[in-house]
Write a new protein. Structure first.
Length: 134
């Protein structure tokens, strides 16, 4: 008898971590692989293929973590933008104030351009890194 195939636990963990961080009065941030397929963020906010997004209730509107994506409205440079982040593109959710949170693997996130063998980074550079952004 085979085990049933289960859906990803990532959206459930994202919802729980967002609630936990917010309930503790801290600011939840998402670290996103901005070159992953389907990510829609203003191009000016992407740095080194990544973007850090403040997803606190006071910073976004219509915030929703569905089973397939995170969607919300946010202002960048005073201009409102629709943000769409497929769940596999989320690398981490953490509290801005103390870095507490959760990181996710990059294994199931397809990128728009697969790296060529000549430009593939060495394994040490693939280690996840969190950086405090103020």
């Amino acid at each position: 008898m085979s085990a049933p195939v289960m859906t990803s636990n990532r959206p459930y963990l994202l919802r729980a971590m967002h609630a936990w961080i917010s309930d503790n009065g801290l600011t939840p941030y998402l670290l996103v692989d901005a070159v992953a397929v389907g990510v829609r963020v203003p191009p000016g906010v992407v740095k080194d293929g990544r973007v850090v997004l403040n997803v606190a209730a006071r910073a976004v509107a219509q915030f929703e973590v569905g089973n397939e994506s995170v969607d919300f409205l946010a202002r960048f440079g005073g201009v409102s933008h629709t943000v769409h982040v497929p769940i596999p593109a989320v690398r981490a959710i953490y509290a801005q104030e103390n870095g507490q949170g959760m990181m996710f693997s990059a294994e199931d996130s397809p990128t728009t351009e697969p790296p060529s063998p000549a430009s593939a980074p060495d394994p040490a550079s693939k280690r996840p890194r969190l950086r405090v952004v103020k």
